[in-house]
Design a protein around this ligand. Structure first.
Ligand code: PDD
Length: 284
């Protein structure tokens, strides 16, 4: 079945969908995006993803090309037309097409909107969750507003490639003070030596992950003690457990950081409980 993409008001074949060469997304990475999981044909955590999209647009003084109801419709329709049961829907908005000039284009410039959807093999995710994955650390090299979900992802691209070349699933960025910020495309968590769940508090240094935000109340419900506080690489290496979160994968256990075994070297029980609770609560 040929894939379909939504590009600026039209559903077009994915293979031939195009944006202009002077699109500011292409020229300057002057754009924002969202990635929402799809399970059983339903969008997961759609509300908070759309709220974060609005926030990213506002922070960058960009306007949305369509209203929220229209965007929801397009996301659903793109999922439907691609017959995605389990997968992802991707929304990208750029500041539009204009002669290349760093400053903002004229106020009439129409933002560009692209929506795509694709299926994922859930078995692959289940296999990762069963074995756990490795992460490696890398110095933080991103800009000072990592809280904005911008398509400017060059440092994240390099970090992910670094992980792959090291045989790891993810790279964790480490700030100048030795604290982990987050992964190239995931939020970072540990269960520290004292048994407390730790993750960096929100701020400009990390993306306010939607999965992260949904996991926090689950911790309270499950009676898991939470300490929203940054952790160092040394603390991670001494942790009982570590895991990462992202919309695409939910909760994924980590078994090694920089080749240092975490806990027993096997996926930990808290990651498993939270992962299960996360998907169960999404389907209620
Ligand atoms: N990545 N941190 C970064 C830098 C991310 O890019 C992401 C998401 C996350 C997790 O956020 P959420 O729980 O909202 O997915 C954290 C998406 C999936 C991506 O870039 O494909």
């Amino acid at each position: 079945m040929p894939r379909i993409a939504y590009v600026n008001g039209r559903y077009v074949p994915h293979a031939t969908g195009q944006v202009h060469i002077e699109d500011r997304g292409f020229q300057f990475a002057d754009g924002v995006y969202e990635v929402c999981a799809v399970r059983g044909g339903q969008l997961i955590d759609e509300e908070p993803h759309l709220r974060r999209l609005d926030r990213s647009l506002n922070e960058l003084r960009m306007r949305s090309p369509v209203g929220s109801a229209a965007l929801r419709h397009v996301m659903r329709e793109t999922v439907r037309r691609n017959r995605v049961a389990d997968g992802l829907v991707y929304v990208q908005i750029s500041r539009g097409v204009a002669p290349r000039d760093h400053g903002f284009p004229s106020a009439e410039t129409e933002p560009t909107l692209v929506v795509t959807a694709r299926s994922i093999a859930l078995e692959k995710y289940a296999a990762w969750a069963a074995t756990g994955v490795k992460v490696v650390t890398i110095p933080e090299s991103r800009w000072a507003r990592c809280d904005i979900k911008s398509t400017a992802l060059l440092a994240n691209v390099l970090a992910k490639q670094h992980a792959r070349e090291k045989g790891a699933f993810e790279s964790w960025f480490v700030d100048r003070d030795g604290f982990v910020t987050e992964g190239a495309s995931t939020n970072a968590w540990i269960v520290d030596a004292a048994g407390k769940l730790r993750t960096r508090p929100l701020g400009h240094a990390i993306l306010p992950g939607i999965t992260r935000g949904e996991i926090l109340p689950l911790c309270r419900q499950l009676g898991i003690e939470l300490d929203e506080r940054a952790f160092t690489v040394e603390e991670a290496k001494a942790a009982r457990e570590a895991f990462l979160t992202a919309a695409s994968i939910g909760v994924l256990p980590i078994t090694a950081v920089d080749d240092c075994k975490i806990g027993t070297g096997r996926p930990g029980p808290i990651a498993a409980r939270l992962g299960e609770a996360y998907w169960t609560s999404r389907s209620e």
